[in-house]
Structures are given as structure tokens and as C-alpha cells.
Write a protein of this length. Structure first.
Lengths: 216, 254
């Protein structure tokens, strides 16, 4: 096991480190940069707090985009969190740069039609899982997570969608998955036991044992 | 369904956790990191950490301690105490603090608050008011504990309007000074009074004595959250230190 929690200047990597240690990962098995030899890593977590273009620029300036593509091609399990999920798409209304292009959709601002609507979604919210998904998140237990974002992912490709949540009385995509990749709009590292359970399930994935990220 | 929030309010002197009563006589509670670990285990949804001596001692927040705490916290953290400059806000958010609480700054230099809201968004900036009843008229007024006197402003209404409409903060955190640390119960009347005067998301704190007390407030007023101080750090009224959090499953959903 060797988990890379990528430090690209966009996220509180310390929180991830602590939560990983709490669920049993050895401190020595956690690193914050991509190793020269990709054989030396088993999982990638892409955190993300801040703006879309800042994230993409930071990745570009650190020569990480090519490396991320290699990691994806190898089939190494990847978890994108919040902005880390958003950059896995095509683009975002928040910025002008292209994302990594691993998913088909893009990100948009929330509609604020009523006076009590807020442009930022901040707080705990429950997930709802579409019935046709064999999902990463366990239908039996009512799961809530902590969200903090102003942009949300939209896609015409329903097969990507693993979970929804609600804001301003509207459904929005809370989690996506495809092959070796999972994206979550919420913050598992701030969602105590729910986040820990998600991370445990993520760590159970491996290059040889993927089938689909949905079938954990 | 709206999920109501119950937030442990941890007070610090910049190093250790402490607890006051009516904002006086700070008593030592313990190590902040140990407390965070306990709250993680109790699956608390949100935590507040307030350095109540930073402004009085004219110093900055203890950023090292705060970074340790945000790394350790498995839930979102609100921090307040000694926040004075835009750089303070920036440092705190970069460290992983989710919301920053401001009190003195609202009156000393509101321009900085406005700038912070422009850059970081109103949802991350919480205005804190310490309200105390005046001796003679029993009017509720904001209290400046640093100078140990009331803040001069036209009225409670005008301050609330200032915060909601001029500054446009994201949330309001009201401390009832007279009740703080007393275990006398939350003051339903005062809470309802504040609720009627502002549309801002509202956190109230001061005097909570039991889960029942808390439920009554959620049932009878429309506050968004309740802060619990003494209940989080003591075994009970007049009892010893115990970092704890009540079981809230199913009781916070209305």
C-alpha cells in the first residue's frame, strides 16, 4: 500500500493524512508527491480547495498533468475530492482552462432563483443513490457528508453518476465514478465516520481488483 | 428536512483549553488536541474554537496550534479570536479552517471584514456578538469584554441590520454573556427576540444545561444551531472536567 495524497498547493493534505492514519494506514505508506516509478504507488487522492484555474495551473506548473494521465492509464485507483473531482471533468464555469478530461461533464454555478437560495452549498447533506447503481456508498445506511462548494458537476452521461445530493431544493451530482476513478463533491476528510468508511472502501480497490469502482 | 446543528464551543487562551463563567474566571480544561480526538470519536458534526484572550493580549491567533487542530479534526472547524487582517483570514482558510469568526473587527475595522467576504465568500465569515443585559434597564447590549464595557451603538436592531445588510456576513453567532457557563438553561425569550430581528443563519450559545433544553429551543424557535460550552467540557454542573458530546441521533432533524 502506498497512498499518494497529491500536494499541488490546493487542499489541506494534513487532514487526509490524519484520517488515513486513523483508519490504519501506516504513516510511511502515505506520501504527498508522485514517485518516479509508478509501481511504487497503489492509490491516488486528488484533494482540492480553491478555484478551478488555480488547480489546473498548479498542476501544469509542477509538470503533473502528464504524470496524472500515466497514473490513470495504469489503472491505479484515483479519488478526486471536491475541486479534485471537478478538475476530472472537461471544464468549469468558474474558470477558462480545460480539466483533465477523464469524465464527460463540466461544472456550473448553482441557480439561485428563490430569495432563500444560496450560491454556496456549505453544510452536511445526505446522499441519495440512484437505484440502478451498484454503488460505492452502501444503500443500507443513511449517509451524510460535509459539502462546501459553489460549482457542481453536470453530465449528460448518466452512467457516470454514483450519487446525488440536494441544494436549493434541487438535485445535483454528488459523486461520479468510472473504471478506476471516483470523484466526490463532498469532503470525506471532514465527514468523520462517513468519510472514514468511504476512504476504507476506496483503499480496498486495487489495479487488479477494480471491476468497476461501483462494485466495492 | 433541515438538519439542526449542535456545536461544541471550545475556548482557548492560545495554548490550552479553558472555560469561563459569564466571561470571567477562566479555568483550565486541558489539551486541545486530546479534546479534538474525543470529538472525532463522538462524531461531532462541527466544532468551534475561540481564542478568548488573543484580542485582550493584543496578539495574533496561534497559527501553529490551529494547524495542528485542523489536521486532527475530522469535521469542519470554525475559528475566532484575534483575527485582524486580511492575511489572518487567508492563513486560516489555507490551513483548513472552514469558517472564521469575527467580533472586535466588526467594530474596529469593518472594511477588512468586507474585503474578506469579497475574497472568501460570506458563507465562511461569521459575525459574533456577546450580548449582556444592562444593569438597570435589562436591555440586551453587545458587550466588549476587552474594555469591560458596552459597545456604543444606536440599538441592537441597528447592529443586526449593519451585520446583515451592510456587511452581509454569512452567519450570526450570539453569546448570551449572563448565561454563559451557568447551566441555567438557554433563554428561549432572548433567543426568540434575536431570531425575530434578523434573517441571518443563527447560532446561539449560553446556558445550555441538557439535551432536553436544547431540543426545546430547536422545537420552539427557528435557530439554525446551538453552541454548547460547559456541556462539552464538564461532566455536569459543578462537576469535574470531561470532554463529551451527547448522543444526538434522530433528535436534530426537524
Amino acid at each position: 500500500m502506498s497512498v499518494v495524497v497529491l500536494d499541488y498547493g490546493c487542499g489541506n493534505i494534513g487532514s487526509f493524512e490524519n484520517m488515513l492514519i486513523h483508519i490504519g494506514v501506516d504513516k510511511k505508506e502515505i506520501r504527498f508527491n508522485i514517485p518516479e516509478k509508478l509501481d511504487e504507488m497503489s492509490h491516488l487522492i486528488l484533494p482540492g480547495v480553491g478555484k478551478f484555474d488555480t488547480a489546473m495551473n498548479n498542476l501544469r506548473n509542477r509538470d503533473l498533468i502528464g504524470r496524472l494521465q500515466e497514473i490513470d492509464q495504469k489503472g491505479i485507483p484515483i479519488l478526486g475530492v471536491c475541486l479534485g473531482m471537478q478538475i476530472m471533468g472537461q471544464a468549469s464555469q468558474e474558470g477558462t482552462l480545460k480539466g483533465l478530461g477523464w469524465f464527460d461533464g463540466s461544472c456550473f454555478a448553482f441557480n439561485t432563483v428563490e430569495s432563500n437560495h444560496r450560491s454556496v452549498h456549505m453544510g452536511w447533506e445526505y446522499l441519495n443513490i440512484p437505484s440502478q447503481t451498484t454503488n460505492v456508498f452502501d444503500l443500507e445506511h443513511k449517509q451524510k457528508f460535509y459539502f462546501m462548494h459553489s460549482y457542481h458537476y453536470k453530465t449528460s452521461n448518466d452512467t457516470e453518476i454514483s450519487a446525488y445530493s440536494t441544494h436549493n431544493e434541487q438535485k445535483f451530482v454528488a459523486a461520479i465514478s468510472k473504471d478506476n476513478k471516483i470523484g466526490v463533491q463532498f469532503h470525506p476528510e471532514k465527514s468523520h465516520r462517513f468519510g472514514m468508511r468511504l476512504l476504507k472502501k476506496f483503499l480496498n480497490l486495487s489495479v487488479d481488483n477494480l471491476e468497476s469502482c461501483r462494485e466495492i | 428536512m433541515s438538519i439542526k446543528r449542535l456545536i461544541p464551543i471550545l475556548l482557548t487562551d492560545g495554548e490550552s483549553l479553558i472555560k469561563t463563567k459569564q466571561f470571567k474566571n477562566p479555568k483550565y480544561i486541558g489539551d486541545p488536541i486530546n479534546a479534538i480526538k474525543i470529538f472525532n470519536d463522538k462524531e461531532v458534526d462541527e466544532l468551534a474554537l475561540i481564542d478568548i484572550l488573543a484580542t485582550k493580549e493584543n496578539r495574533s491567533p496561534n497559527f501553529d496550534l490551529i494547524q495542528q487542530i485542523t489536521n486532527e479534526c475530522f469535521m469542519p472547524l470554525m475559528y475566532g479570536g484575534g483575527v485582524r487582517t486580511l492575511s489572518d483570514f487567508e492563513t486560516l482558510f489555507r490551513m483548513g479552517v472552514e469558517k472564521v469568526l469575527v467580533n472586535r473587527l466588526l467594530f474596529d475595522n469593518p472594511k477588512v471584514v468586507t474585503q474578506a467576504i469579497d475574497i472568501f465568500g460570506s458563507q465562511s465569515i461569521v459575525a459574533s456578538l456577546d450580548l449582556k443585559k444592562t444593569f438597570w434597564t435589562k436591555d440586551l447590549k453587545p458587550y466588549n469584554y476587552v474594555k469591560d464595557k458596552y459597545i456604543e451603538f444606536n440599538s441592537l436592531d441597528s447592529i443586526l441590520k449593519f451585520l446583515e445588510i451592510d456587511l452581509k456576513v454569512g452567519e450570526l453567532f450570539i453569546n448570551f454573556v449572563d448565561k454563559e457557563g451557568t447551566w441555567l438553561g438557554l433563554d428561549l425569550n432572548l433567543i426568540q427576540l434575536i431570531r425575530s430581528k434578523t434573517k441571518l443563519p443563527l447560532i446561539v450559545s449560553g446556558g445550555a444545561k441538557s439535551l432536553d433544553d436544547i431540543q426545546q429551543v430547536f422545537l420552539n424557535t427557528n435557530v439554525d444551531a446551538i453552541g454548547i460550552g460547559a456541556m462539552s467540557v464538564y461532566q455536569g454542573k459543578d462537576k469535574g472536567v470531561l470532554i463529551n458530546f451527547p448522543k444526538t441521533e434522530n433528535i436534530l432533524e426537524f
